[in-house]
Write a protein that binds this ligand. Structure first.
Ligand SMILES: [Zn+2]
Length: 82
């Protein structure tokens, strides 16, 4: 995955989703990062969660379960848990 800071990810996410509130996104991302650091796993398959996907989806999920794709090389993950 491509590492990205919470600030940078939030900036690009808000650009694509202008109705979302910046602080809500930041809070969700921070919570997801903390969960991943705590060793929280995907609710479906038990893999480590994808912090970005978990923050956006609102439930503990890994990349594959959320996107249905196996290749995560071109997707972002928050730098501290990447
Ligand atoms: Zn999964």
């Amino acid at each position: 995955m491509i590492p990205i800071s919470i600030d940078k990810f939030t900036e690009s996410y808000i650009k694509n989703n202008p109705k979302e509130k910046r602080q809500d996104i930041i809070n969700s991302l921070k919570a997801a990062v903390a969960a991943k650091q705590d060793g929280v796993c995907c609710g479906q398959c038990g893999q480590p969660i994808w912090a970005v996907g978990t923050a956006i989806a609102g439930w503990n999920t890994c990349f594959t379960c959320l996107t249905g794709e196996a290749d995560d090389s071109e997707d972002y993950e928050i730098d501290v848990v990447c």
